[in-house]
Ligand binder design. Structure first.
Ligand SMILES: [Zn+2]
Ligand SMILES: [Zn+2]
Length: 155
C-alpha cells in the first residue's frame, strides 16, 4: 500500500523539518478564508456592535430642534443621559425621530451609525459597509420574492 507521502507526491520530512500543512492552511486562509472572515466581520457589524461611524455629512445635517415649553412640562428626556430637557434646550433629531442632546448623540455617532434607542441605521462613510448593506438588502428582497412566489403557488 502506498504511503501518504507517495500519494501526495512529496518527500518525507527530514530531521528538524516542519510539515507543510501549516503553509497549506495559511494559503487556504488567504485564498479562500479571508472572504469568509470578511463576511463574518460585517455580519457582526450588522449586529450593531462594530458598525462604522455615521457619515459626517449625515451627522452635520441632523436637524436642530429646540425643546418646547410643552415638551419640558411633559418631562421629555434625553435617552442617553436621561436628563430632562429644559424649554429651549437644543436637541438633534435622528431620521427615526428620536432626539438627543448634541453633546450626547454626536460622540455616539462618531463610534457607530445607529440610533441608540431604536437601532435604525443612518448612512456611513464606509463604502464597503454601504456595499455590504446593499447586498444584504438585495438578498432580503430575493428571499421576500421567493416567499411571495411560494405563497402565490401554494398559498
Ligand atoms: Zn443627553
Ligand atoms: Zn431612533
Amino acid at each position: 500500500m502506498a504511503s501518504y507521502f507517495d500519494e501526495h507526491n512529496c518527500e518525507p520530512l527530514g530531521d528538524g523539518e516542519q510539515p507543510n500543512h501549516l503553509l497549506h492552511l495559511a494559503r487556504l486562509l488567504i485564498d479562500g478564508g479571508y472572504a469568509r472572515e470578511w463576511d463574518m466581520e460585517f455580519e457582526s457589524i450588522s449586529g450593531g456592535n462594530r458598525a462604522p461611524p455615521a457619515s459626517k455629512e449625515v451627522v452635520k445635517s441632523l436637524p436642530v430642534v429646540n425643546v418646547t415649553e410643552e415638551e419640558a412640562t411633559d418631562k421629555m428626556n434625553c435617552p442617553i443621559c436621561l436628563a430632562e430637557y429644559k424649554a429651549g434646550d437644543e436637541t438633534r433629531k435622528m431620521p427615526c425621530g428620536h432626539r438627543f442632546h448634541p453633546t450626547c448623540i454626536l460622540p455616539w455617532l462618531e463610534r457607530t451609525n445607529s440610533c441608540p434607542v431604536c437601532r435604525q441605521e443612518v448612512p456611513t462613510d464606509n463604502p464597503d459597509y454601504e456595499e455590504f448593506k446593499k447586498q444584504k438588502a438585495r438578498q432580503k428582497q430575493r428571499e421576500f420574492e421567493i416567499e411571495a412566489l411560494h405563497d402565490s403557488m401554494y398559498g
